[in-house]
Design a protein around this ligand. Structure first.
Ligand SMILES: NC(=O)c1ccc[n+]([C@@H]2O[C@H](COP(=O)([O-])OP(=O)(O)OC[C@H]3O[C@@H](n4cnc5c(N)ncnc54)[C@H](OP(=O)(O)O)[C@@H]3O)[C@@H](O)[C@H]2O)c1
Length: 216
Protein backbone atom coordinates (compact mmCIF):
# COMPACT_ATOMS: atom_id res chain seq x y z
CA UNK A 1 0.00 0.00 0.00
CA UNK A 2 2.90 2.31 0.83
CA UNK A 3 4.43 1.57 -2.57
CA UNK A 4 1.12 2.20 -4.32
CA UNK A 5 0.69 5.62 -2.69
CA UNK A 6 4.32 6.51 -3.48
CA UNK A 7 3.79 5.52 -7.13
CA UNK A 8 0.78 7.85 -7.23
CA UNK A 9 3.03 10.77 -6.25
CA UNK A 10 2.04 11.06 -2.58
CA UNK A 11 4.52 11.62 0.20
CA UNK A 12 4.54 8.42 2.28
CA UNK A 13 5.79 7.72 5.80
CA UNK A 14 6.14 4.13 6.96
CA UNK A 15 6.79 3.04 10.53
CA UNK A 16 8.16 0.08 12.45
CA UNK A 17 9.67 -0.58 15.86
CA UNK A 18 13.19 0.13 14.64
CA UNK A 19 13.87 3.52 13.05
CA UNK A 20 16.83 2.05 11.13
CA UNK A 21 14.74 -0.75 9.66
CA UNK A 22 11.87 1.63 8.80
CA UNK A 23 14.32 4.01 7.10
CA UNK A 24 15.94 1.14 5.17
CA UNK A 25 12.54 -0.16 4.00
CA UNK A 26 11.53 3.40 3.08
CA UNK A 27 14.68 3.80 0.98
CA UNK A 28 13.88 0.53 -0.79
CA UNK A 29 10.29 1.66 -1.53
CA UNK A 30 11.55 5.04 -2.75
CA UNK A 31 14.02 3.36 -5.10
CA UNK A 32 11.39 0.90 -6.39
CA UNK A 33 8.70 3.50 -6.99
CA UNK A 34 10.62 6.69 -7.69
CA UNK A 35 8.43 8.28 -5.00
CA UNK A 36 8.97 10.11 -1.73
CA UNK A 37 9.05 7.62 1.16
CA UNK A 38 10.55 8.07 4.62
CA UNK A 39 10.67 5.85 7.69
CA UNK A 40 9.97 6.50 11.37
CA UNK A 41 10.53 4.43 14.50
CA UNK A 42 7.26 3.88 16.38
CA UNK A 43 6.37 1.13 18.85
CA UNK A 44 2.63 0.47 19.14
CA UNK A 45 3.21 -1.70 22.21
CA UNK A 46 4.51 1.42 24.02
CA UNK A 47 1.53 3.75 23.47
CA UNK A 48 2.89 6.46 25.79
CA UNK A 49 5.73 7.00 23.31
CA UNK A 50 3.56 7.21 20.18
CA UNK A 51 2.82 10.96 20.26
CA UNK A 52 6.52 11.84 20.51
CA UNK A 53 7.39 9.40 17.72
CA UNK A 54 4.90 11.16 15.43
CA UNK A 55 5.89 14.66 16.53
CA UNK A 56 7.45 15.66 13.22
CA UNK A 57 4.62 14.41 11.02
CA UNK A 58 2.75 17.28 9.39
CA UNK A 59 -0.66 17.10 7.66
CA UNK A 60 -2.03 13.58 7.20
CA UNK A 61 -4.41 12.72 4.35
CA UNK A 62 -4.46 8.91 4.64
CA UNK A 63 -3.57 6.91 7.74
CA UNK A 64 -3.29 3.11 7.78
CA UNK A 65 -2.51 1.34 11.05
CA UNK A 66 -1.47 -2.27 10.53
CA UNK A 67 1.41 -3.17 12.86
CA UNK A 68 1.28 -6.13 15.19
CA UNK A 69 3.18 -9.19 16.34
CA UNK A 70 1.63 -12.64 15.98
CA UNK A 71 1.10 -14.71 19.06
CA UNK A 72 -0.47 -18.00 19.94
CA UNK A 73 -2.47 -18.00 23.13
CA UNK A 74 -5.21 -20.21 24.56
CA UNK A 75 -7.24 -19.97 27.73
CA UNK A 76 -5.94 -23.41 28.70
CA UNK A 77 -2.37 -22.13 28.63
CA UNK A 78 -2.72 -18.40 28.98
CA UNK A 79 0.43 -16.28 28.57
CA UNK A 80 -0.54 -13.07 30.35
CA UNK A 81 2.36 -10.89 29.18
CA UNK A 82 1.88 -11.91 25.53
CA UNK A 83 -1.82 -11.05 25.87
CA UNK A 84 -1.05 -7.66 27.42
CA UNK A 85 1.45 -6.87 24.64
CA UNK A 86 -0.90 -7.79 21.79
CA UNK A 87 -3.93 -6.10 23.36
CA UNK A 88 -1.88 -2.98 24.05
CA UNK A 89 -0.41 -2.98 20.54
CA UNK A 90 -3.65 -3.33 18.68
CA UNK A 91 -6.29 -1.71 20.85
CA UNK A 92 -4.43 1.01 22.75
CA UNK A 93 -1.60 1.48 20.23
CA UNK A 94 -3.90 1.94 17.22
CA UNK A 95 -6.09 4.40 19.14
CA UNK A 96 -2.97 6.24 20.37
CA UNK A 97 -1.76 6.76 16.79
CA UNK A 98 -5.11 8.23 15.75
CA UNK A 99 -5.26 10.36 18.91
CA UNK A 100 -1.72 11.67 18.37
CA UNK A 101 -2.49 12.68 14.78
CA UNK A 102 -6.13 13.73 15.09
CA UNK A 103 -5.45 17.47 14.90
CA UNK A 104 -3.23 16.96 11.84
CA UNK A 105 -5.80 14.94 9.86
CA UNK A 106 -7.13 16.86 6.86
CA UNK A 107 -10.91 17.35 6.92
CA UNK A 108 -11.22 14.92 3.97
CA UNK A 109 -8.73 12.48 5.47
CA UNK A 110 -9.39 8.74 5.84
CA UNK A 111 -8.18 6.28 8.44
CA UNK A 112 -7.84 2.53 7.92
CA UNK A 113 -7.38 0.00 10.73
CA UNK A 114 -6.28 -3.57 10.11
CA UNK A 115 -8.36 -6.29 11.75
CA UNK A 116 -8.58 -9.88 10.59
CA UNK A 117 -11.08 -12.71 10.20
CA UNK A 118 -9.92 -14.36 13.44
CA UNK A 119 -12.56 -11.99 14.85
CA UNK A 120 -15.34 -14.25 13.54
CA UNK A 121 -13.48 -17.52 13.05
CA UNK A 122 -11.31 -18.38 16.02
CA UNK A 123 -8.75 -21.15 15.73
CA UNK A 124 -6.55 -22.82 18.37
CA UNK A 125 -4.23 -20.12 19.71
CA UNK A 126 -6.25 -17.15 18.45
CA UNK A 127 -7.79 -16.22 21.81
CA UNK A 128 -6.21 -12.77 22.05
CA UNK A 129 -6.00 -12.15 18.30
CA UNK A 130 -9.72 -12.90 17.88
CA UNK A 131 -10.44 -10.48 20.71
CA UNK A 132 -8.33 -7.59 19.43
CA UNK A 133 -9.49 -8.00 15.83
CA UNK A 134 -13.10 -7.93 17.02
CA UNK A 135 -12.11 -4.79 18.94
CA UNK A 136 -11.41 -3.05 15.61
CA UNK A 137 -15.16 -3.10 14.92
CA UNK A 138 -15.82 -1.02 18.03
CA UNK A 139 -12.86 1.23 17.34
CA UNK A 140 -14.05 1.95 13.78
CA UNK A 141 -17.50 2.82 15.04
CA UNK A 142 -16.42 5.20 17.77
CA UNK A 143 -13.63 6.82 15.74
CA UNK A 144 -15.85 7.41 12.72
CA UNK A 145 -18.24 9.31 15.02
CA UNK A 146 -15.54 11.15 16.99
CA UNK A 147 -13.45 12.17 13.98
CA UNK A 148 -16.26 13.08 11.56
CA UNK A 149 -16.02 14.28 8.82
CA UNK A 150 -12.81 12.23 8.68
CA UNK A 151 -13.73 8.72 7.52
CA UNK A 152 -12.67 5.59 9.46
CA UNK A 153 -12.87 2.01 8.15
CA UNK A 154 -11.27 -1.35 8.76
CA UNK A 155 -10.26 -4.26 6.59
CA UNK A 156 -10.55 -7.85 7.82
CA UNK A 157 -8.55 -10.16 5.56
CA UNK A 158 -8.63 -13.93 5.64
CA UNK A 159 -5.21 -15.60 5.48
CA UNK A 160 -3.30 -13.70 2.77
CA UNK A 161 -1.33 -16.31 0.84
CA UNK A 162 1.67 -14.25 -0.22
CA UNK A 163 2.34 -12.35 3.02
CA UNK A 164 5.49 -13.22 4.99
CA UNK A 165 3.26 -14.72 7.70
CA UNK A 166 2.24 -17.55 5.37
CA UNK A 167 4.90 -17.80 2.72
CA UNK A 168 6.72 -20.65 4.49
CA UNK A 169 3.54 -22.26 5.76
CA UNK A 170 1.52 -22.73 2.58
CA UNK A 171 0.64 -26.33 3.56
CA UNK A 172 -1.27 -24.99 6.56
CA UNK A 173 -3.42 -22.94 4.19
CA UNK A 174 -4.61 -25.91 2.10
CA UNK A 175 -7.57 -26.76 4.40
CA UNK A 176 -8.62 -23.08 4.26
CA UNK A 177 -8.34 -23.01 0.47
CA UNK A 178 -10.57 -26.09 0.25
CA UNK A 179 -13.39 -24.41 2.15
CA UNK A 180 -13.04 -21.08 0.36
CA UNK A 181 -16.08 -20.51 -1.86
CA UNK A 182 -13.86 -19.47 -4.77
CA UNK A 183 -11.30 -22.20 -4.14
CA UNK A 184 -8.71 -19.45 -3.63
CA UNK A 185 -7.40 -17.33 -0.78
CA UNK A 186 -6.78 -13.58 -0.96
CA UNK A 187 -3.50 -12.16 -2.22
CA UNK A 188 -1.72 -9.09 -0.95
CA UNK A 189 -2.59 -7.20 -4.15
CA UNK A 190 -6.30 -7.95 -3.64
CA UNK A 191 -6.10 -6.72 -0.04
CA UNK A 192 -4.31 -3.54 -1.15
CA UNK A 193 -7.05 -2.88 -3.72
CA UNK A 194 -9.68 -3.25 -0.98
CA UNK A 195 -7.71 -0.87 1.24
CA UNK A 196 -7.49 1.70 -1.57
CA UNK A 197 -11.26 1.49 -1.99
CA UNK A 198 -11.81 2.12 1.73
CA UNK A 199 -9.31 4.97 1.83
CA UNK A 200 -10.37 6.67 -1.39
CA UNK A 201 -14.13 6.19 -1.78
CA UNK A 202 -15.90 9.12 -0.08
CA UNK A 203 -18.95 6.93 0.67
CA UNK A 204 -16.95 4.33 2.60
CA UNK A 205 -17.22 5.23 6.28
CA UNK A 206 -17.67 3.03 9.34
CA UNK A 207 -17.18 -0.05 7.14
CA UNK A 208 -15.66 -3.31 8.41
CA UNK A 209 -14.75 -4.95 5.11
CA UNK A 210 -14.27 -8.71 4.98
CA UNK A 211 -11.85 -9.82 2.25
CA UNK A 212 -11.48 -13.59 2.48
CA UNK A 213 -12.76 -14.85 -0.92
CA UNK A 214 -15.92 -16.15 0.78
CA UNK A 215 -16.78 -18.92 3.19
CA UNK A 216 -19.99 -20.93 3.60
N1 LIG B 1 -1.09 -11.75 6.74
C1 LIG B 1 -2.32 -12.20 6.92
O1 LIG B 1 -2.68 -13.28 6.43
C2 LIG B 1 -3.31 -11.40 7.71
C3 LIG B 1 -4.61 -11.90 7.84
C4 LIG B 1 -5.54 -11.17 8.57
C5 LIG B 1 -5.19 -9.96 9.14
N2 LIG B 1 -3.91 -9.50 9.00
C6 LIG B 1 -3.61 -8.21 9.65
O2 LIG B 1 -2.91 -7.36 8.77
C7 LIG B 1 -1.98 -6.57 9.50
C8 LIG B 1 -0.62 -6.72 8.88
O3 LIG B 1 -0.29 -8.10 8.89
P1 LIG B 1 0.98 -8.64 8.13
O4 LIG B 1 0.74 -10.07 7.80
O5 LIG B 1 1.40 -7.68 7.07
O6 LIG B 1 2.04 -8.60 9.33
P2 LIG B 1 3.63 -8.71 9.30
O7 LIG B 1 4.13 -9.13 7.95
O8 LIG B 1 3.98 -9.53 10.50
O9 LIG B 1 4.05 -7.22 9.51
C9 LIG B 1 3.76 -6.62 10.71
C10 LIG B 1 4.29 -5.20 10.67
O10 LIG B 1 4.02 -4.63 11.95
C11 LIG B 1 5.20 -3.97 12.41
N3 LIG B 1 5.15 -4.07 13.87
C12 LIG B 1 5.16 -5.17 14.64
N4 LIG B 1 5.07 -4.84 15.95
C13 LIG B 1 4.99 -3.49 15.99
C14 LIG B 1 4.89 -2.54 17.03
N5 LIG B 1 4.85 -2.92 18.34
N6 LIG B 1 4.86 -1.24 16.71
C15 LIG B 1 4.91 -0.83 15.42
N7 LIG B 1 4.99 -1.66 14.39
C16 LIG B 1 5.04 -2.99 14.66
C17 LIG B 1 6.35 -4.76 11.78
O11 LIG B 1 7.48 -3.94 11.58
P3 LIG B 1 8.78 -4.06 12.54
O12 LIG B 1 9.06 -5.51 12.71
O13 LIG B 1 9.82 -3.31 11.77
O14 LIG B 1 8.38 -3.38 13.82
C18 LIG B 1 5.76 -5.09 10.40
O15 LIG B 1 5.97 -4.04 9.50
C19 LIG B 1 -2.02 -7.03 10.96
O16 LIG B 1 -2.77 -6.13 11.71
C20 LIG B 1 -2.73 -8.38 10.88
O17 LIG B 1 -3.53 -8.64 12.01
C21 LIG B 1 -2.97 -10.17 8.30
Amino acid sequence: MAAEYARRGNEVIITGRSAERAEAEAARFAAETGGRVSGLGLDLSQPHSVADALGKVERVDRLAVAGMIRDSNTVASFAVQAAVTLATTKIVGYAAVVAALHDRLASDAAVLLFGGMAKDRPYPGSTVLSTVNAGMVGLVRTLSVELAPVRVNSVHPGAVVDTPAWVDKRALLEPLRKISLTGELPTMRQIVEGCLFLLENPAANGVNLTLDAGRA
